[in-house]
Every structure is written in structure tokens, then in C-alpha cells.
Design a protein. Structure first.
Lengths: 429, 189
């Protein structure tokens, strides 16, 4: 009763446009009405769950992403990608995908990736006569790479919720991110193969020296993932400390090297970050309370019973788990989906023989997809602001990228465990 | 973008803007304190071979204030994440206004219940004084982060009520003729 009621209420509230934290607040009220709980303990549960240093990686990654966004660090990264692929038809848009993957490793944020890479790439693509709707859809579809290519705040939270190794989760998602990058590039070339209007970039001089100079200019930005991953992998820092150091490292990089930050933009960035942090963390606070009480009500077991009543074949079980996460990703944001899925679905996936580290990659791909799938598609909506292209114009190519790149990646990552497990097993045995 | 305060009487608007400014200033300071603290922890460990004593005991309550003050400003700016499916489906301004009023009423009802539960939590802290729960080393009462939740929800309720007031006072005329993300004014749902 509580499971069905919660799902129906959540879907109805979200569909009519109630904000995600208040929709979960509504579910909590339903749980209070139907269940036998001490309501005075509800807020205490949220405090207890959030009162841990590891959860601070979320605000720290938000701050780092926002500071990097204002620092103009994306310019050399985009140029590297252009030099690598810009000379063939469809190469410039492929450069957008590669730049998104590279920037994702620096910012760890899909929104920062889309804003930075999208705002730089879109005028280039338009100048070279790439179709506008297609270009915007590709940049939007590539932006969740920021959530898959480590370091990623989402993977840190998953590792914390499921008590797994942070680095193994990072490496697992990296495998999925690389496969997705390859798929997006391939689909991009496939869809543009007959477009004869596109111009290609003709290099004005030898490519290699310019590639060398540009890579040198990008080194301070590319150091960011090395600091975070090296700090954690080398045992010098905890993940939270590494995220904090990364944010402070962004200051001299932004102020002195790329000169995108001024005192005024810095102060403005801090104010904007504080609001983003509040919006995300209040939502997570509510989702954590609801997931805790859903567990009290034995919802994970009920969900498992329901799935196993259809089939106990692991392939069917994982298809259903994926379906549940895709639907969840479509109606709620990625962090809420991550918290709910990690708490409620990890045991089901584990019972189906999926390693929790493998499940980190599956979850990452699913929630990345959710970010660009309406109705709750924050990156798709952000894409309209960044590129100036309407959702309607982006919809058809976005669906093509979902079906031809995202969905095959999801299926491969789900049913070919080596994609997610190769790197963790290679480094950790 | 329109500011919610633009639709309020001048005195109320000044008060509301001042409160938002204070929250943003406090939030910005707290935002930079988080990475500074962790960097200091690393510097002290490797350069000074010392520990920053019990830093998490004051940093986590500070983080709770950041979360809930930021969340409150998010409510003022209408920045909380929501699915805008029906907003683009409804072509009629009247229908969109009705939906926004319905959503505002539902959100206000929910946040008032959450505020009550947050008050219950604070009340039980106060009732336990002087044997209330504190952190181990610095003896910071748990009341401090619990109070952040209460204050946050009170402000979220206040701003939600203001959004509702603006919608009811100005009617559907406050909404643009055609739906779309460009057209939704800040201050309307």
C-alpha cells in the first residue's frame, strides 16, 4: 500500500510541477499517515544521514565546477579537440563530444560541461554550417559525460551509500564514459555522413606544433583530475579533502592563469554556488529521509518480490531494474535518483549477480540519460539557454542520440560487465 | 528576469530583498569556508604535521546552515528542480495560472507540515536542556543544525506564500501569453 501510494503520489506531484523536494515531502506525509512513525524523528533522520564529512563532496564539486566555469579554462581544451578531429566532415561536432569528456574530467559537473563547452562550440559549429538543432542536441547529449568521467560527485555519493571503494566506482564509470564517448562520436559521423553543406577546418599551419602549444596551455586545467585522483589514489587525501583542494586550486588557475575570474565574478560565483548547493542538498535531505522510511516499510523487498514475480532470470531482472531507473531518471533529478536507486535497487542488482562496482557504472549511465530525457531533463533545458536552440528543434536529434548512443551504451555496460570492471580489476585486482 | 520582490509593496519588497541579501552573503562566506577548511587540513597534516582539531564538529553545522539558507533563496528565486511538463502543454494563460496556483497551494501545505516537524525536532532539543545532545569535543549542541532546518523551512514557506500571494493578486495577467522557458517569470511557479 505504501509502495503503490508513494509511487502514484510522487508521479502525480512531479507531473503537475511540484518541486522535487516538496514532492518527496508529500510522500513523507503519506508515509506518516499510513505508517506508524514518530514524526518528531523525521528531521532527525535527515540530520543523521547528512551529518557526515563525505557528503560535503557534493557542495565541494559544485563550487569547483562553478569556479572552473567562470575561469575560461575550456578554450584550450576545445582547441585541442578541434585540432584532433576538426579536419573531417563531422569532426568539429565530434570535437565537441571529446571536449565534453575532457572538461568532464575537470569539472565533474554536467551543467558546467554544457555551459562551458556548449557556449564555445556552438558558434564554431554554426559558422561551419552544422545543423543547429543537431549541434545543440549533440552538445546536450555529451554533457552528462561530466558525470561519468571521474572525478564525479555522484560516484562518490554512490560509494558512500553502498560502502564501496571510491576509486573502483570512479574507474567503473570511466569505462562506461569512454564507451559512451565512442558511441556519440560514431553516431555523430553516421548522422552527418550525407550532409554536404558542412565546412571543414583547414589548418593554417602545421598541426603538431600548435597541438603541443595548446596542450601546454591546457596543462593547469588538466592538472585538476590528477590532483583529485592522484590525491585519493596515492592515499594523501580523503575524497572530501581532494575535492576541497581542487576547489582552492581553481582559484589561482582562474585568477592568474586563465584570468576568467575577477573579485566581482568570484563573489558572484560564491553566491550562486550557495544557492545551487542549497537547492541540491535540501532535495537530498528530503530524499534521504524518504528512502530511510521506505526501507523501514520493507520497500526494497517488496520491489524485489515484484520484479521476481515477473521473472527470476538475471537478464530480465536487470532489464527491469534499468527500466525502473530510466523512469526514475525521467521524473526526478540525477542526485535524487542516485540516492533512491543506490538505497533501494543495489540489493536487487546484487542478488541478480551484479557486482556493486559494476552497478555504479549502470547507475551512472542511467542517470546521465535521465538528465536529458523529458519531462525532468535539466541539461536539455539548460541546453536551450546555452545554445539558443528550442527544445522542439533539439528533440528529434536528442531522441536519435538516446536511441543510438545512450541506450546501446546502457545495454553494453549492463550485460558486458568487463566494460565497467576491466579498469577496477586491472588496478585493484 | 523578473524579481519576485518587484511584485510586492515597496516596504515588503525592501524587507524581502534585505533578507535575501543577508542569506546570500552568509551563504557565500560558508561556501568558500568549506574548501578552505579541507585545504587547511591537508596543509596542516603534511607541512605542520598537526591536526585541525575536531574541525568536522563546527564545519558540519555550518554546512547545514549553508544548505538551508541556500535552499530558502532557491525557493525565492524559484530555482528548485521541477518537471515543467504541463507548463508547455497548456497553451491557455488561464490554465497555466490555475496550475501554478494549484502547485503553490500544494507546496505551501507540504512545507508547512515539514516546518512543523522541524519545530518538533527543535522543541525536543530544547526540552532536553541541560542534558541535550552535543558534539563530543567542542560540545556544540545538536540544536544548531536542527535550528538551520527549522529556519530554512520557515523561509521556504514564507517565499512560497509570497509566490502564491503574487499569483492571486495579479491573476493570470502576470503570466506571458505563450508558454516556454523564456516566458516563466521568476516569482511564478
Amino acid at each position: 500500500m505504501i509502495l503503490t501510494g508513494s509511487i502514484i503520489l510522487l508521479v502525480v506531484l512531479l507531473l503537475i510541477g511540484v518541486s522535487v523536494p516538496m514532492a518527496f515531502g508529500g510522500v513523507l506525509i503519506l508515509i506518516a499517515v499510513l505508517g506508524d512513525h514518530n514524526t518528531a524523528a523525521f528531521m532527525g533522520t535527515g540530520h543523521w544521514k547528512l551529518n557526515t564529512v563525505i557528503i560535503l563532496v557534493i557542495p565541494l564539486f559544485i563550487i569547483t565546477g562553478d569556479l572552473m566555469l567562470r575561469s575560461r579554462i575550456a578554450d584550450p581544451i576545445v582547441r585541442i579537440a578541434e585540432l584532433l578531429t576538426g579536419r573531417v566532415r563531422g569532426g568539429l561536432s565530434a570535437a565537441g563530444v571529446i571536449a565534453s569528456a575532457m572538461f568532464g574530467a575537470i569539472s565533474g559537473s554536467g551543467a558546467a560541461t554544457l555551459t562551458c563547452i556548449g557556449s564555445i562550440m556552438m558558434p564554431h559549429l554554426e559558422r561551419n554550417r552544422y545543423p543547429r538543432g543537431f549541434s545543440a542536441a549533440l552538445l546536450v547529449s555529451a554533457s552528462p559525460l561530466g558525470l561519468l568521467i571521474p572525478p564525479s560527485g555522484g560516484q562518490l555519493v554512490y560509494a558512500w551509500l553502498t560502502q564501496q571503494s571510491v576509486l573502483k566506482c570512479f574507474l567503473s564509470a570511466l569505462g562506461a564514459g569512454l564507451v559512451l564517448t565512442a558511441f556519440l562520436v560514431a553516431v555523430n559521423f553516421l548522422l552527418l555522413r550525407r550532409n554536404t553543406e558542412i565546412l571543414t577546418i583547414r589548418p593554417t599551419g602545421p598541426v603538431l606544433p600548435e597541438l603541443g602549444r595548446t596542450t601546454f596551455r591546457a596543462i593547469p586545467a588538466l592538472m585538476m583530475p590528477l590532483i583529485v585522483l592522484g590525491g585519493i589514489y596515492g592515499g594523501f587525501m580523503t575524497p572530501t579533502e581532494a575535492a576541497g583542494v581542487a576547489a582552492i586550486y581553481a582559484l589561482p588557475v582562474g585568477f592568474l592563469i586563465y584570468r576568467g575570474l575577477t573579485w566581482a565574478t568570484f563573489w558572484q560565483t560564491l553566491k550562486e554556488s550557495s544557492v545551487t548547493i542549497g537547492v541540491v542538498m535540501v532535495m537530498i535531505f528530503m530524499v534521504l529521509i524518504v528512502s530511510k522510511y521506505l526501507i523501514f516499510e520493507d520497500v526494497p523487498q517488496l520491489t524485489q518480490d515484484f520484479i521476481y514475480s515477473v521473472s527470476d532470470n538475471p537478464v530480465v531482472v536487470m532489464l527491469m531494474v534499468n527500466l525502473v531507473i530510466i523512469i526514475m531518471g525521467m521524473i526526478i533529478d540525477d542526485f535524487s535518483g542516485l540516492v533512491l536507486s543506490a538505497s533501494l535497487l543495489t540489493p536487487i542488482a546484487t542478488n541478480a549477480g551484479v557486482d556493486p562496482i559494476h552497478f555504479a557504472a549502470i547507475l551512472g549511465v542511467n542517470l546521465g540519460m535521465g538528465n536529458i530525457t523529458p519531462p525532468t531533463a535539466p541539461l536539455l533545458y539548460l541546453g536551450t539557454r546555452v545554445t539558443g536552440v528550442s527544445v522542439q528543434a533539439m528533440m528529434k536529434p536528442t531522441i536519435a542520440f538516446l536511441l543510438l548512443a545512450w541506450l546501446p551504451t546502457l545495454m553494453l555496460v549492463t550485460f558486458v560487465p568487463q566494460i565497467a570492471m576491466f579498469l577496477p580489476e586491472f588496478f585493484f585486482g | 528576469m523578473q524579481d519576485l520582490a518587484n511584485h510586492l509593496p515597496p516596504g515588503t519588497a525592501r524587507f524581502v530583498r534585505a533578507m535575501v541579501r543577508i542569506k546570500l552573503t552568509l551563504g557565500a562566506v560558508a561556501t568558500i569556508l568549506l574548501p578552505l577548511t579541507f585545504t587547511l587540513v591537508v596543509i596542516m597534516r603534511y607541512l605542520l604535521h598537526a591536526d585541525l582539531f575536531a574541525y568536522e564538529e563546527w564545519l558540519l553545522p555550518l554546512a547545514f546552515w549553508l544548505y538551508f539558507l541556500g535552499g530558502a533563496v532557491g525557493s525565492y528565486q524559484n530555482a528548485h528542480i521541477r518537471a515543467d511538463l504541463l507548463e508547455s502543454v497548456f497553451r491557455s494563460r488561464r490554465l497555466r495560472w490555475t496550475r501554478q496556483v494549484t502547485v503553490a497551494v500544494i507546496e505551501l501545505a507540504i512545507v508547512l507540515v515539514l516546518t512543523w516537524w522541524a519545530w518538533q525536532s527543535v522543541e525536543s532539543d530544547i526540552a532536553a536542556y541541560p542534558r541535550w545532545q552535543t558534539t563530543i569535543a567542542l560540545k556544540i549542541p545538536f540544536l544548531v543544525p536542527h535550528l538551520a532546518t527549522l529556519v530554512g523551512f520557515v523561509f521556504i514557506a514564507f517565499y512560497t506564500a509570497l509566490h502564491l500571494y503574487v499569483l492571486l493578486r495579479f491573476g493570470s495577467a502576470i503570466l506571458p501569453e505563450t508558454p516556454g522557458e523564456e516566458t516563466r517569470p521568476e516569482g511564478a511557479f
